[in-house]
Design a protein around this ligand. Structure first.
Ligand SMILES: *Cc1c(COP(=O)(O)O)cnc(C)c1O
Length: 355
């Protein structure tokens, strides 16, 4: 079965085999070697200076890393503006509410990109915003939100940006040199091609100085401090770390994030062009979409369930639209061990269905 959902991904044999390494106690030096290799390699992807940045690992899915980032990096007296244009933006608002963080949500239609003028006006209204949270690749629609322009708006106002990069990290450009970016949260089992269970926040050391401690298990400040000392507060998912490290080695061997971007871009274009030939339209134009996942309009007369089941019988798992978009859209991600021949077979499956 090939997984075309946005994580967990179809593993390569190399990463799958890495799960079969020796049992490790997480208090032994062998584990801390593994933890250090993961942390070092995560920074290396975007060539980040370890004196300025730190990769903080945790056991949990991508949401754990996002929650840790939001709960940890908005200071006690800070205020957060959440840019919402899909399910994952809404999730950040829910996290902020649950931790009683002072915040406001700037809601957008789910098919629209962030409205920079509205955002700038909100920040200029002078109500003490210290941070903006945004989803880089909003997986709800496949939209790649324009991080660079948003960062410029934030930088000009001395506001820090907290980025959910869960479905873009290692596949899309992220300008970490922009001083407004305080942190990016992501996970092992999307564009990195590891297994679920390990996630992380790449955080500016400077931002940790004002860290808040609102949560026990996901306390970013404590995780950061202990990991810098080759330590860990709790039992990590050791096997997920094995897979993450092997996936990071594989990514480096394949040419790093730019090579992964190029690979995904080719697969996404192959799928888009093939579906367009079969009368199935993309929900967004390619230049507004990530290379990681695309949303498509359901063909007339075919429900998502019919499409899903027919493709599953042919060996492919596709993904439904979320929320109000579930009756209109379906989604195809080409992250993981997916190759052009697989997309070709998928397109043949569509031909048989839409004939
Ligand atoms: C997948 C995803 C998440 C996290 O989902 P988990 O199920 O917790 O791994 C968060 N944000 C975005 C943009 C995502 O695509």
């Amino acid at each position: 079965m090939l997984l075309l959902n946005p994580g967990p991904v179809t593993l390569t044999e190399r990463v799958r085999q890495s799960l079969l390494q020796p049992d490790l106690c997480h208090r032994e030096s062998e584990f801390f070697d593994l933890q250090e290799e993961a942390r070092t390699r995560l920074l290396d992807i975007y060539k980040l200076d370890p004196a300025e940045w730190q990769a903080v690992l945790m056991t949990g899915s991508g949401t754990a890393a996002v929650e840790s980032m939001i709960a940890g990096l908005v200071p006690e007296n800070g205020k957060l503006l959440v840019i919402e244009n899909g399910v994952y933006g809404e999730r950040i608002t829910q996290i902020a509410s649950q931790y009683r963080i002072a915040h406001e949500a700037l809601k957008h239609d789910w098919m629209q990109g962030p409205d920079l003028e509205r955002i700038a006006a909100r920040l200029d209204a002078g109500e003490g915003f210290t941070h903006v949270a945004v989803i880089h690749h909003e997986t709800t629609t496949g939209r790649l939100n324009d991080l660079q322009s948003l960062a410029a708006v934030c930088r000009a106002r001395g506001v820090r940006l907290l980025v959910d990069g869960v479905s873009s990290f290692a596949a899309e450009a992220i300008d970490f040199a922009d001083s407004s970016i305080a942190a990016v949260a992501a996970t092992a089992n999307k564009c990195l091609h590891g297994v679920p269970g390990a996630s992380f926040v790449v955080v500016r050391r400077e931002a940790l100085k004002q860290a808040a401690s609102r949560t026990y298990y996901l306390d970013l400040g404590r995780l950061a401090k202990l990991q810098d000392q080759r330590n860990t507060p709790f039992t990590p998912s050791v096997h997920a770390y094995y897979a993450l490290v092997e996936a990071l080695r594989e990514l480096a061997d394949e040419g790093g994030w730019t090579a992964r971007h190029a690979r995904y871009a080719a697969l996404a274009e192959q799928a888009r062009a093939g579906l367009a030939e079969r009368g199935i339209e993309s929900a967004l134009p390619p230049q507004q979409s990530s290379v990681v996942l695309r949303a498509y309009r359901l063909p007339a007369g075919i429900s998502y369930v019919q499409l899903h089941d027919a493709l599953k019988a042919r060996g492919f798992v596709i993904y439904a639209g979320q929320g109000g978009l579930s009756a209109e859209l379906f989604r195809i991600s080409t992250m993981g061990n997916i190759h052009p021949a697989d997309v070709e077979r998928l397109l043949q499956g569509f031909s048989e269905l839409t004939r």
